[in-house]
Design a protein. Structure first.
Lengths: 806, 227
């Protein structure tokens, strides 16, 4: 009995209180130290406030204060201040203890227009399980299987449903847990195998182990319906150098052809690899070819292209062109320097024996799907596991996920020549449609149309063919000596300049003379304004403003200046002295030469006409030939970080249902918005995420906005308009919360605006709201604090221990 | 002692973080609901789809229940704001454009282009295109003034073209099962437009109320959140 009295005296005494205060101080110091060392609030919290020992200390304080107060029994008037302060302290401690057991701190995620009543409890672990409702297939049953820790700090192996037993037949057992892991979505290359749905998995080769002198190994060959009739080689490589690998895979088996643009005679044929290695020569000239197939950290593999510089012996032409290998302009021989002069008399084409698709995986785990068609065209698609831009979801996820690759190529012959022919046909169609609706043709077209009618040939067909042939000659005007087809020659013979076009013919003759002088230096790269200055062109003042920058005129400026120059000639035709043609009657080629000047005055050259998208491209879109691969998750253990917040735990579960069992590994999804993975052939969906708690309030997000400082993009405030209902008949209330304005309900639920994304005003916003509930705040903590304050005042006022001094 | 009392008052009289920051609606209003379009089959049943805060002095023009609203040229509802002097009125028309597929929706810029064509002369300096997002929809507010075709006075147009967030489009598809649910969902996920036209001065005078009306326009049913 005496021991008990001593014990009670000790527990209610000042020594025990000092010991408790000292221990708490040590805890707090340790917590501060840990937080500063690990930069992890979670770590420090686990060691201090979240530690069961710390809770025990609070209970120690509670008992100490309670006993010290009870020891004053029987109470007297002078005990009032003492009892008041102690009661206040007890209430504050009771409030803190109550909050540690029944309080809530969680995150709510809402999208504008939607509502939620559920919060995620951070740093808690549960497996969300979903199953389709047997009656309403569109609806789902869902349950949470929580992971509970035992006193030893390990997770209990058996996971049980938290609330209703929705799935009593499903048993879940934790077989492995890792505190930190990395997870990656796998697409085309999974481990050492490449996977394309519908065909047998094929091996993936390690780039570093391949012989640089040998051909790359072909993993498999597949024949695609509706696609080019040859089988496609499939190469799968894991590589540290994606650009080099892509380049080598592209060059293998690819030949370069140089042809005469006018008669399609092959001038050169050889391997593109050799053409890149050393300059190539043929009877009429020589060329140097470079392939650009680069990659960047941000964009992955860039669009490849060929750069060609060449020299033609006969004309002395030195020129360069670029051949894009992907996109709408792919395979076109683009004359970037002097596009206004049209194409070149030679053309560069590519051809490979077998089309090829190459699956690459780089060191970051990004997959690249490259397709090389027969004509050297390239299509690249990047699959970054963290940012997949398209995903096929089968049966709401129960059927699994897949990523697609839409084939951009058509089954038809689709080389450069075929594409040009298709584009020309589209142009013809456009002109024919225009003829049906337009009441008036431009004067040069009227002239050509009349001549075509007289010659009895089709106007549109001959006009577009003429444009096409003219475009193959590199020059401003159609050359005098380039032979025409029979029907176009007939049209040219019928051009009737005398019937209202005399001044135009005169202008065309002057244009012929002028450009005969200018074309040579222009092709050689001289500046057009400089040439005109040197020759004292009288109307140059009008042309000078057409150039904006310093130095030589750009290609675009040169085109505008040349067109304006031609127009000046046609405008001033009446003031120009007469000029007689060299010969009478004019040859069809000379007529074509003069007529081309007239067309130039109206910007009617193939390079000026914006061609519609080729029907070949449209056909690709309509074919919708696509390959796909199942999306899978690969989770690997990692060494845990000291900063606990950065760790991503991993669990392996053994699921059993009747006779069936399945092992599944899941990585923690801290915001619970990632994919849910199917098990048991799509009967259930699983996700490892925080526990979810339902609160008595439903929040609907009407609008969220970022308010910027005036004339600035710097945010001044973030606001969210909410509609809050408590599930009763009472109407929902409208509230706007912002960073500095919290909304708190009478029950003590506090709603803080935590984050709004994305910041742009034209996008539907996702909002994070922190929900906090301290259940004892209004009837324990706050009244306790008031009592404590009152007790302190009374201690000073009543001076209950004044007698001790006496 | 007075110091202690002062401290007590200071400690217990701290400001309440729960002060009401909710911006009041600028005018006396009623919350009104709007029906979507019918399927074109008698008796032309329509679901209640939208709601908005409407100033009490606006006059609502409701379409006849005996006529089908299948044609998207017909407004779901209209409001008239009359000038006190009786010199003119502002018309607010609500349209929606149901679609069966995410990619079958009308591009917002196509709506704006259509509105621009309704002006016989549009003052280019008055043109504004302001990105908007509220209620789960996003799009643009087009502002322009000039002469509307068939009119002589200076008019002003405030017009919203809004499309539902693609994720909501998918979520809604699963939210209301059955045929009736499909009809409702088709209306809920439809693009909508709010077009305000009238004399420039009168539109400007009511601009704040119109903006508040437009930003309060939302679906009656909340959009389910799939997590």
């Amino acid at each position: 009995m005496k021991t008990m009295q001593h014990l009670i005296k000790f527990i209610g005494g000042i020594r025990f209180a000092i010991a408790l205060i000292a221990t708490v101080a040590l805890f707090v110091m340790a917590g501060t130290f840990i937080e500063s060392r690990t930069e992890s609030h979670q770590y420090a919290s686990l060691f201090t406030y979240g530690n069961p020992l710390f809770i025990a200390l609070l209970w120690g304080f509670f008992v100490n204060i309670l006993i010290s107060a009870l020891r004053r029994w029987p109470f007297q008037m002078r005990h009032i201040p003492f009892l008041t302060t102690h009661l206040g302290l007890l209430m504050i401690l009771a409030g803190a203890l109550y909050k540690s057991y029944a309080g809530i701190q969680g995150n709510m995620s809402i999208i504008e227009g939607s509502a939620s009543q559920e919060i995620f409890l951070p740093y808690t672990y549960a497996v969300k399980v979903e199953k389709k409702d047997e009656v309403h297939a569109d609806q789902r049953k869902e349950a949470y299987y929580a992971l509970h820790k035992s006193l030893s700090g390990r997770f209990n192996p058996d996971l049980k449903e938290d609330n209703h037993p929705f799935f009593p037949e499903l048993k879940m057992k934790l077989v492995a847990y890792a505190p930190h892991s990395s997870s990656r979505m796998e697409t085309w290359i999974k481990g050492d195998m490449g996977v394309i749905s519908g065909i047998k998995p094929f091996p993936v080769y390690d780039w570093k182990q391949l012989d640089p002198q040998s051909n790359l190994p072909v993993s498999t060959r597949i024949r695609l319906p509706q696609m080019q009739d040859k089988p496609w080689q499939v190469l799968a490589l894991r590589t540290p150098d994606r650009a080099e690998s892509a380049k080598r895979a592209y060059l293998e088996g690819l030949d370069l052809f140089i042809t005469d643009s006018f008669n399609q005679t092959i001038l050169y044929q050889g391997s593109l690899t050799q053409a890149i290695a050393a300059p190539i020569k043929w009877a009429g000239g020589e060329a140097k070819v470079e392939l650009s197939f680069e990659s960047s950290q941000e964009k992955g593999l860039m669009d490849p292209f060929l750069n060609v510089t060449f020299h033609l012996n006969e004309s002395g032409l030195n020129a360069s062109l670029q051949i894009p290998l992907s996109g709408d302009e792919s395979l076109k021989n683009l004359n970037e320097q002097s596009v206004f002069f049209g194409g070149y008399p030679i053309a560069f084409d590519l051809l490979r024996k077998e089309p090829r698709m190459v699956l690459l995986q780089d060191l970051h785990g990004d997959d690249y799907f490259l397709a090389f068609d027969l004509y050297g065209r390239v299509h690249v698609r990047t699959y970054r596991p963290a940012a997949l831009d398209s995903l096929i979801v089968y049966d709401q996820g129960f059927g699994g996920y897949a990523v697609p690759y839409a084939f951009p190529f058509t089954a038809h012959l689709n080389g450069r020549l075929e594409r040009e022919q298709v584009e020309l046909s589209d142009l013809m169609q456009q002109i024919r449609q225009g003829l049906q609706t337009a009441s008036l043709l431009s004067p040069p077209l009227q002239l050509f149309q009349t001549a075509s009618q007289k010659a009895g040939v089709d106007f549109v067909e001959n006009f577009t063919t003429f444009l096409s042939i003219w475009n193959r000659h590199h020059g401003w005007l159609y050359p005098n000596d380039l032979l025409l087809s029979e029907s176009i020659a007939e049209v040219m013979n019928q051009l009737d300049w005398k019937n209202g076009f005399q001044s135009e013919q005169k202008a065309a003759l002057w244009a012929s003379a002028l450009f005969a002088e200018l074309e040579g230096p222009l092709v050689a790269g001289s500046d057009v304004l400089q040439l005109l200055e040197e020759r004292g062109w009288p109307l140059i003042a009008e042309l000078r403003p057409l150039k904006t920058g310093e130095g030589f005129c750009t290609a675009q400026e040169t085109a505008v200046i040349l067109t304006t120059l031609t127009q000046q000639l046609f405008k001033a035709a009446n003031q120009l002295p007469d000029m007689l043609p060299h010969a009478h009657p004019l040859s069809p080629e000379t007529q074509a030469h003069l007529f081309s000047a007239y067309l130039r005055a109206y910007s009617l050259h193939l390079s000026d006409l914006q061609l519609p998208n080729s029907s070949a491209e449209r056909e690709v879109n309509s074919s919708e030939m696509a390959l796909e691969t199942p999306l899978t998750l690969r989770v690997e253990n990692q060494i845990p970080n000291r900063k606990l917040e950065d760790n991503v735990p991993k669990i392996t579960l053994l699921l059993t249902q009747g006779e069936r069992s399945e092992l599944v590994t899941l990585a923690y999804d801290p915001i619970g918005q990632g994919l849910k993975w199917p098990i048991f052939d799509g009967e259930y969906l699983l996700r490892f995420q925080p526990k979810v708690q339902t609160i008595p309030y439903r929040l609907r997000l009407r609008q969220a906005r970022q308010i910027n400082y005036a004339n600035s993009l710097q945010p001044y405030s973030f606001e969210s308009d909410l509609l809050i209902s408590d599930g009763t008949e009472a109407p929902a209330i409208e509230k706007t919360i912002s960073m500095n304005h919290v909304y708190e309900t009478w029950e003590g639920y506090r709603f803080y605006l935590s984050n709004i994304a994305p910041p742009n005003e034209g996008a539907v916003k996702h909002v994070q709201i922190i929900v906090n509930h301290d259940p004892g705040k209004y009837w324990l903590t706050y009244p306790g604090a008031m009592l404590l304050t009152l007790g302190i005042i009374l201690l000073f006022w009543m001076k209950p221990y004044a007698f001790l001094k006496k | 002692m007075p110091i202690l009392i002062l401290m007590f008052l200071l400690l217990t009289g701290c400001s309440d973080s729960n002060s009401d920051s909710t911006a009041p609606y600028p005018h006396p209003y009623t919350t009104q609901e709007f029906q979507g379009r019918d399927t074109g089959l008698p008796p032309y049943q329509r679901h209640w789809i939208y709601r908005a805060k409407v100033p009490v002095h606006w006059v609502r023009v409701v379409p006849l229940s005996t006529e089908s609203l299948l044609d998207t040229m017909k407004p779901l509802s209209e409001f008239l704001i009359k000038d006190d002097a009786g010199t003119g009125q502002v018309k607010i028309a609500i349209h929606n454009f149901p679609s069966d597929h995410l990619n079958a929706r009308i591009a917002p810029m196509a709506q704006i282009l259509r509105w621009k064509k309704q002006f016989s002369s549009l003052d280019p300096t008055s043109e504004q295109l302001i990105p908007q997002a509220f209620g789960g929809f996003s799009g643009f507010l087009f502002v322009g003034s000039g002469t509307l075709s068939g009119q002589e006075n200076l008019s002003m147009m405030l017009a919203w073209t809004m499309q539902i967030y693609p994720e909501h489009y998918q979520s809604l598809s699963l939210a209301f099962p059955g045929n009736e649910g499909f009809d409702r969902v088709r209306q809920m996920r439809a693009d909508y437009t709010l077009k305000v036209t009238g004399p420039k001065q009168l539109v400007e005078k009511n601009r704040e109320a119109i903006m508040s009306f437009a930003t309060s326009f939302e679906l009656i049913h909340e959009i389910p959140l799939r997590q």
